[in-house]
Design a protein around this ligand. Structure first.
Ligand code: AMP
Length: 422
């Protein structure tokens, strides 16, 4: 009979958040290590910004009429009366950090990456959580369309490194401040005529920001949006040339992609290139990563007039696509019985750990036999036995669990024997 009583609701994880437990966390560690290695091989450096930011940063950066800002932010007033937000995305934090520390004056490539939690108050469902994790990369001060293609190629390389194949890359250009107003006006007129097909939220967007109708998840609105005018017909010469350059550079990389004129992404700050990688057959939440260029953000923040581009990848969605099995850990389990054996076990563990060998010594008061079967169950690669006999002889038993061989050896030899067998 189970003695566990049901946990009180307030003592369970908050809705839309998850524990990542041992057993799953190894996959996260493998994915994070692969991403860091890859990003750094393209010249990116880690930039860690705080989880808390002033609410205004996102209102200004992400955009006041976006779904994220209007509906999804975790915002609270702190004890000092400031409005604080748990970051819903990372780009505004990086732009802020650059302006604050004048990183643009350092002369180093302005290429940054970060892996960490983001927060959005959205309806939780498979692939959509309230605390989720993103891998985020940002590049500043590089205008050439070759960099747009390079970050798309880097995203692709990451997915291939992790064995993900069933994906499609969608690219588009959303224009710039010169050409988008005319497009917004055309959208406004068209959406106005289709008002009855749209949900109340999208009806409001007709006046505030008609481009955001494309972000709506309601099927009727999606259907209406498919018939809307396409941004490609409105691009100015500069945006058209840039987009052609991105496509040519993607071709140079031999990357397969599709131009999707309805893919405008849910953020106001994008200019020119936007892109998404979707998982084929993953159901509704199928976007694994998305990004784009944002050439006006720094200037809007009162910083230097330098352009930016980046992407964010959803780690939960990526991990759900993986079949990756991390290598089993190879560790030593030290079985000990009696006070003297305990001292020897501690001493040996210190030596082995210093040599980088994972060593477990448990202090749960189990007998020799039960410690041994536990070592077996945990999957120890080696077991060292220290009991009264071993203390008396000054020789410990070392068992290689895979080979099934056991030798008696001096404590000082154990490290070398293990290392030779590694
Ligand atoms: P966005 O910042 O909205 O462009 O999203 C970039 C990526 O983050 C998406 O492609 C998803 O993989 C992931 N993502 C966004 N929102 C969520 C969420 N609520 N839960 C899980 N993953 C998310």
């Amino acid at each position: 009979m189970s003695t566990v009583t049901p946990v009180q609701k307030e003592l369970t994880a908050v809705k839309g958040t998850h524990d990542i437990l041992p057993g799953e966390v190894e996959v996260w560690q493998t994915v994070e290590a692969a991403a860091k290695r890859l990003f750094e091989s393209y010249g990116y450096r880690e930039l860690r910004a705080p989880i808390l930011e002033h609410t205004e940063l996102f209102e200004k950066g992400t955009g006041e009429t976006t779904d994220i800002v209007t509906k999804e932010m975790y915002t609270f007033v702190d004890k000092g009366g400031r409005s604080i937000t748990l970051r819903p995305e990372y780009t505004p934090s990086v732009a802020r950090a650059i302006v604050e520390h004048r990183l643009d004056l350092l002369g180093a490539p302005m290429r940054y990456y970060y892996i960490g939690p983001m927060f959005r108050y959205d309806k939780p469902q498979k692939g959509r959580y309230r605390q989720f994790h993103q891998m985020d990369i940002e590049v500043f001060n590089e205008k050439d369309p070759a960099i747009d293609a390079e970050i798309i190629e880097m995203a692709d390389a990451l997915l291939r490194t992790l064995g993900v194949t069933e994906t499609a890359t969608l690219v588009n250009s959303v224009g710039c401040r010169a050409c988008r107003p005319a497009y917004s006006q055309a959208l406004r007129e068209r959406a106005g005529r289709d008002r009855d097909r749209l949900c109340p939220d999208c009806q409001r967007k007709i006046a505030t920001n008609p481009l955001r109708i494309f972000d709506c998840k309601v099927e009727a609105c999606r259907g209406a949006a498919r018939d809307f005018p396409k941004i490609s017909e409105f691009l100015c010469e500069d945006c058209r040339v840039h987009f052609a350059g991105v496509r040519a550079a993607l071709d140079l990389y031999g990357l397969r992609y599709k131009v999707d004129p309805n893919m405008v992404r849910g953020l106001d700050y994008y200019t020119k290139t936007t892109f998404e990688v979707v998982h084929l057959g993953a159901g509704q939440q199928n976007a694994v990563l998305g990004g784009g260029r944002y050439d006006d953000m720094m200037k809007d923040f009162g910083g230097p007039d330098i352009c930016g581009i980046g992407f964010a990848l959803g780690v939960e969605r990526l991990i759900a696509m993986l079949t990756l099995k991390p290598e089993p850990r190879r560790f030593v389990y030290v079985v000990h019985l009696g006070d003297k054996a305990k001292v020897e076990a501690i001493r040996l563990a210190r030596t082995l750990r210093k040599a980088g060998i994972e060593t477990i010594v448990e202090f749960a008061g189990r007998g020799l036999k039960s410690q041994f079967s536990r070592a077996n169950k945990l999957g120890a690669a080696w077991v060292v036995v220290i009991g009264d006999d071993e203390i008396g002889k000054g020789l410990f038993q070392l068992k290689d669990m895979a080979a099934g061989t056991q030798v008696e050896c001096a404590p000082a030899e154990i490290q070398a024997r293990i290392q030779n067998r590694k």
